[in-house]
Design a protein around this ligand. Structure first.
Ligand code: GTP
Ligand code: MG
Ligand code: NA
Length: 412
């Protein structure tokens, strides 16, 4: 496609921040969905992409004057829980712009700082959503209103609390070496970080946040958003779905014959069980050497394979996605527990058989950590017969806790 400043591709925007600051809820507000309440433990444990076509964005901003050059926005939600540094890193590495969500009642928290470091290392422009403004005592909501007119309607006490909390946040950013200002006071977008007060519950400030994103991407990043003819693509997540086999990426929408960047698509194809989240997706052109390209992609794999103990001793780990498998492997590494086998998807008999090889070598390691996966009936029965311990949980830190308790027990 010809490079043209008036014909931009969709920017990729990543939502980052400490656990429970309201990242998913903000997306729910824009999508008019309720993903957050369906999440185990109310926490996000995988990375997900949502595409917002420009028409959907227009209805959310309700401002006739705004000019739109981008066809839409691809937003990547990430988990805030400390275990998922890998997914925050993956999300932030892909994006053109980011929303860093801060709970106005809590200020900057550990994973806010971690996210800040990721964004700075990669020089990614970002805005800050100062979320949960409705939690300030006495807040009178006007659903989906723009922030400034909502603030004007508040009592003097609420306005004072808002000013205090905002000042504290600005100071905390200053301690990190950043100039943060309320977005409507921002005279220099290249130098200052914009703060957008929002509520994911009442929708207040959400139109402001979207407008700011659209403007920043259109005005300041158009060079980076012109179409390229080459494919640039990253595998976000690898997941096994019964009936479909291994699929890559997530975002179950419509069927596409052809896609124009940037979009999140789910790919169903043979041999995807070998796909690795975070790896690149390359197209083999007529002049390319397929083996060379394969080597290039395989070089991305080394860290994962390095987590398997060379001695052949260790526990087995099984998870629903590669992202959570990586998080489990990080945890086991930090706890100095060796790993002998890894897998993604439901636990079958063959997985039990593999763990059973440990019965002779190191009986206490003959177990499987199963995160957010089903264990089929035959496998369950076999595990019981053979004495293979299965640790099952759909909230990652519950699995950590259960296994840590077991590990402490066997160490005695
Ligand atoms: P993780 O993905 O687990 O890191 O959390 P998150 O940042 O996606 O936060 P989430 O959307 O799960 O929201 C956490 C909790 O805060 C939920 O109970 C939400 O209902 C609540 N919440 C989120 N945004 C707001 C808000 O603006 N106001 C109020 N009052 N509650 C909110
Ligand atoms: Mg979330
Ligand atoms: Na949460």
């Amino acid at each position: 496609a010809a490079r043209n400043k008036e014909d931009l591709r969709s920017p990729i925007c990543c939502i980052l921040g400490h656990v429970d600051t309201g990242k998913t809820k903000l997306l729910d507000k824009i999508r008019q969905t309720n993903v957050q309440e369906g999440e185990a433990g109310g926490i996000t444990q995988q990375i997900g992409a949502t595409y917002f076509p420009v028409d959907a964005i227009k209805t959310k901003t309700a401002d006739g004057k705004q000019e739109y050059k981008i066809p839409g926005l691809l937003v990547i939600d990430t988990p805030g829980h400390e275990s998922f540094t890998n997914l925050r890193s993956r999300g932030s590495s892909l994006c053109n712009i980011a929303i860093l969500v801060v709970d106005i009642m809590h200020g900057l928290e550990p994973q806010t700082l971690e996210s800040l470091r990721l964004l700075r290392d990669r020089k990614t422009p970002f805005i800050v959503a100062l979320n949960k403004i409705d939690r300030m005592y006495g807040w009178q909501p006007t659903p989906d209103n723009d922030f400034q007119s909502s603030l004007a309607k508040q009592s003097r006490a609420v306005q004072r609390e808002f000013e205090d909390r905002t000042q504290k946040t600005i100071l905390a950013f200053a301690e990190q070496g950043l100039n943060a200002v309320l977005y409507y006071d921002n005279k220099n977008f290249a130098r200052n970080v914009s703060l957008v007060p929002t509520s994911a519950i009442t929708g207040e400030g959400v139109p402001d946040m979207i407008m700011l994103l659209v403007n920043l991407t259109q005005e300041r990043m158009s060079d980076r958003l012109m179409y390229l003819s080459e494919l640039e693509c990253t595998v976000l997540e690898v997941k096994v779905i019964e009936g479909l086999g291994t699929t890559i990426d997530i975002s179950a929408y419509v069927h596409h014959k052809e896609v124009k960047a940037a979009l999140g698509v789910k790919i169903v194809a043979p041999d995807l069980e070998k796909a690795i989240a975070g790896s690149r997706l390359l197209v083999v052109g007529p002049d390319d050497d397929e083996d060379e390209l394969m080597d290039e992609v395989m070089s991305d794999l080394t860290t994962l394979l390095n987590s398997i103990d060379k001695s052949g001793r260790g526990v087995c780990v099984q998870a629903s996605t590669l992202g959570s498998l990586e998080a489990l492997l990080d945890f086991l590494k930090a706890s100095k527990i060796p790993v002998s086998g890894i897998n993604i998807g439901p636990v079958h008999k063959k997985d039990i058989m593999r763990a059973a090889t440990m019965l002779e070598k190191a009986k206490e390691l003959a177990c499987i950590l199963c995160f957010d996966v089903t264990v089929d009936k035959d496998a369950e029965r076999l595990a019981e017969e053979m004495g293979i311990r299965l640790f099952k949980a759909d909230i990652i830190y519950h699995l950590f806790d259960a296994f840590t308790a077991y590990n402490a027990e066997i160490m005695e």
